[in-house]
Design a protein around this ligand. Structure first.
Ligand SMILES: [Zn+2]
Length: 82
């Protein structure tokens, strides 16, 4: 029953808010167009989930290419570096 909620959370990652004024800005915006404050990745609404998602997708990319061992290794390496 939580499937729908999780799906919304993933979509929410596409929305980035200014760390200073809270204005919604483009995910790739380096500076808030409203207040001019420089943005960092911590401006992500859910940085933890984004990290987990990118961690899985990076390894899955390798597995889809048939390089399962390499994909798993990549996941392990990313766990260590995170
Ligand atoms: Zn701002």
């Amino acid at each position: 029953m939580n499937d729908q909620i999780q799906e919304v959370d993933i979509l929410d990652q596409l929305e980035v808010y200014c760390r200073s004024c809270g204005e919604e800005i483009r995910p790739d915006a380096k500076i808030c167009p409203k207040c001019g404050v420089e943005q960092t990745r911590t401006a992500l609404k859910n940085p933890g989930l984004a990290a987990v998602a990118s961690f899985f997708f990076a390894g899955l990319g390798q597995i889809y290419n048939g390089e399962i061992g390499k994909g798993v290794l990549l996941m392990v390496v990313q766990v260590i570096t995170v």
